[in-house]
Write a protein that binds this ligand. Structure first.
Ligand code: UD1
Length: 370
């Protein structure tokens, strides 16, 4: 059996790495059905700190194919990936294309493969925000609608796919693959002694909050971005706020003339961090504030209170069982949640089922048995 594994953007790399490690480990075995694989990097993200640094952190080998598509409008980016990926599929003739997450690379490669009668496996299937203004929601729905293997990370995924009429025989609850990477990385951190980041954390007095922000609905609208920054500035009067800034967010803060809100506050900004350095940072935080999908799950896995700066989430288990709270995107909502956090309760939650670091093993076993 031949697999083509696809990754393209920052949130993909931590999901593809465990599959690669599992395949590398099985390659050494003798009695398994023969399985070969190649890695495709679409180049949707290309800067060192959006891409290569993760290959280093996760020990991902050089991709076999780099499509070098870069940024662009959704149509331009998606189309470029499809054109280039079709050539790779023709050359490699895989049995199954494995896509992860919900970025444009996920959508483009699943459509391309399916139209070439190649089976598609989607890791992190079934998540739904019900917010069709999110490009990721469109990517999820289309990818799931044509996938042959739907690997689900939380109970809502299975329910959503059932409601959408997917064949239950194609849906597998395998747990959350990002937690495989989290477990591996925690081991690496203790081996490495939190080298580089430790100095930075020591400069921040305890307890501290960590923020990430990059979603277009939050950072592309001036008023929304200003309100969120004002809330963070207010929180920073009470608790140090550490803020590694995504390139999209930095561009907009500068373009909208909002840097003064940060400069006049106690928010400590820094460039984007590698996965390991960022993990060293947020795992010691008292509170995480984010609009990322992955960090909602990762903070739940470590029981760290998380404010999700969004109106909805496609990851409801992080709220129902985990440490996550939806706080909306307005200044008042964020500050009201912070007042509760300080005075009433700190939500720590529990770890959802099968978020145990063995998801990649389950996925590869299912693919091999097919
Ligand atoms: C993409 C994903 C989103 C994910 C996010 C994580 C889609 C639809 N969205 O959004 O789900 O949460 O990645 O980062 O796929 N840029 C750089 N360097 C890079 C890549 C991009 O500076 O290596 C800049 C681009 O020039 C552009 C901005 O970042 O201005 C947006 O990048 P893009 O890849 O289009 O989408 P993201 O917002 O990153």
């Amino acid at each position: 059996m031949k697999l083509l594994l696809v990754a393209g953007a920052r949130p993909n790399f931590m999901k593809i790495a465990p599959l690669i490690h599992e395949l590398q480990a099985r390659g050494k075995g003798t009695d398994e059905r023969e399985i070969s694989w190649k890695l495709v990097h679409t180049g949707q993200h290309y800067d060192y700190d959006m891409s290569k640094v993760f290959f280093d952190d996760f020990d991902i080998p050089e991709p076999d194919h780099f499509l070098n598509v870069g940024s662009g409008s959704h149509a331009e980016q998606t189309a470029r990936i499809m054109v280039e990926f079709e050539k790779v599929c023709k050359a490699e003739n895989p049995d199954i294309v494995v896509v992860v997450g919900d970025v444009n690379s996920t959508l483009a490669c699943s459509i391309t493969a399916k139209k070439m009668s190649i089976k598609v496996a989607h890791v992190e299937a079934g998540l739904r925000s019900r917010d069709m203004t999110m490009p990721e929601e469109i990517n999820r729905i289309v990818t799931d609608s044509i996938s042959d293997f739907l690997f689900v990370s939380e109970p809502s995924g299975r329910e959503n796919l059932k409601k959408e009429g997917k064949d239950p025989g194609q849906v597998y609850y395998v747990g959350n693959i990002m937690i495989d990477t989290l477990h591996d990385s925690l081991k690496k951190l203790s081996a490495k002694g939190i080298a580089q980041c430790a100095g930075r954390i020591e400069q921040v007095s305890q307890p501290y909050a960590v923020v990430t922000l990059h979603r277009p609905s939050n950072v592309d609208v001036r008023e929304t971005l200003a309100g969120i920054l004002e809330a963070l500035a207010e929180i920073s009067k009470d608790m140090p706020v550490v803020f590694p800034i995504h390139p999209r967010t930095r561009k907009n803060i500068e373009a909208y003339g909002l840097m003064h809100i940060i400069e006049r506050s106690k928010i400590k900004t820094m460039p984007l961090q590698s996965y390991l350095d960022f993990l060293a940072l947020w795992k010691g935080a008292a509170l995480v504030l984010t609009d990322s999908g992955g960090l909602q799950e990762e903070s739940t896995a470590l029981g760290i209170p998380c404010f999700t700066i969004r109106e909805n989430t496609e990851r409801p288990v992080t709220i129902e069982e985990g440490s996550n709270i939806l706080v909306g995107i307005n200044r008042q909502g964020i500050l009201a949640a912070y007042a509760d956090f300080k005075n009433v309760s700190r939500k720590t939650g529990r770890i959802p089922g099968l978020w145990d670091g063995k998801t990649a093993r389950r996925i590869i076993s299912i693919l091999l048995a097919s």
